[in-house]
Ligand binder design. Structure first.
Ligand code: SF4
Length: 300
């Protein structure tokens, strides 16, 4: 198959069956320093696009063949550059599977793109910085793209979109890993109001000579983001963050910031985990699913 890949078990979205809209080469309007594809000059055009029929035929066969949670539209580059995306997602919706798109957010200021993206069940948009200078340094966008338009587009999208809206922040050492960056991001996120914020770092060889931050640093930075469902994909066991917490302290913590299962395992010591489980049984903590990830939230 040319356009289908996976299914891939993803920590962020469950079992994902991928549809790659640009399998032959990279077509992107960014040239991110952390990209796992080769560096390339940003472009805003998609040359020689394949037909909707060609892609849809493969999708139809694949959905009957594989077991998966979500059909993910992605690309070797930016999937919203594909000129027939609206027609494609309209057809894919007739197959009755959950759909997700992974976009770098560069086109979200266009009304036509917002109308297309609202057809997806889950939309993941990237926002690596709320500071124009840092944004240009890390994402190296095409000269026609600026951060203000992206943020305005995200706010407009939130107003019209009823599905699950996820924002991803990728942290690169020495570029967007300062507290001030996250204080600024927090202000913008308050206005955008996504359903979930994913904070990650480089985990595959990048296009340029840049480094990831430690997973502990991701947790430190996440403390500057208030009142959001935050998901940090971690690979290793982190140092326990809290001393033993009382019932009340656990409830206050989870009120301010819902935890994932991983957070509970990583950040609470064994005794605190035991108290947490009691609170769960007493139904003072509830489970909430956002974009395939389970969160625990205090209800008092
Ligand atoms: S948006 Fe994605 S594909 Fe494009 S340069 Fe950045 S990481 Fe690479």
């Amino acid at each position: 198959m040319k356009y289908i890949f996976g299914p891939v078990a993803s920590r962020r979205f469950g079992l994902s069956l991928g549809i790659d809209l640009s399998p032959d080469k990279k077509r992107c309007n960014f040239d991110c320093i952390y990209c796992e594809l080769e560096p390339s000059k940003p472009t805003i055009f998609y040359d020689n696009p394949p037909s909707v029929e060609e892609i849809f035929e493969e999708v139809k066969k694949a959905v009957n063949h594989y077991r998966f949670d979500v059909l993910t539209i992605t690309s070797n580059g930016e999937p919203t550059l594909y000129p027939y995306l609206d027609e494609l997602i309209t057809k894919i919706k007739t197959l009755n599977h959950k759909t997700l798109i992974l976009s770098n957010s560069s086109t979200i200021n266009k009304e036509t793109i917002r109308n297309t993206l609202k057809k997806f069940d889950i939309v993941k948009l990237s926002l690596d910085s709320a500071n124009e200078k840092t944004f240009k340094k890390i994402d190296r966008p095409h000269k026609s793209i600026n951060l203000k338009d992206i943020i305005d587009g995200m706010k407009k999208f939130r107003e019209m979109y009823k599905g699950e809206f996820i924002i991803e922040v990728l942290v690169v050492r020495g570029i967007n890993d300062k507290e001030e960056e996250f204080i600024q991001l927090n202000e913008v996120l308050k206005e955008i109001k996504p359903d979930r914020v994913d904070i990650s770092t480089i985990d595959r060889p990048p296009a340029y000579n840049v480094k990831p931050v430690d997973e502990e640093r991701l947790f430190e930075l996440s403390k500057f983001i208030e009142n959001q469902h935050i998901f940090i994909p971690t690979r290793k066991k982190l140092k326990t963050e809290f001393e033993e917490l009382s019932k009340e302290e656990i409830l206050t913590t989870l009120k301010k910031r819902p935890f994932t299962e991983n957070d509970v395992k990583n950040l609470f010591n064994p005794n605190t985990q035991k108290i947490f489980n009691d609170l769960l049984k007493e139904k003072l903590i509830e489970e909430v699913w956002v974009g395939g990830v389970k969160f625990y939230k205090s209800i008092v």
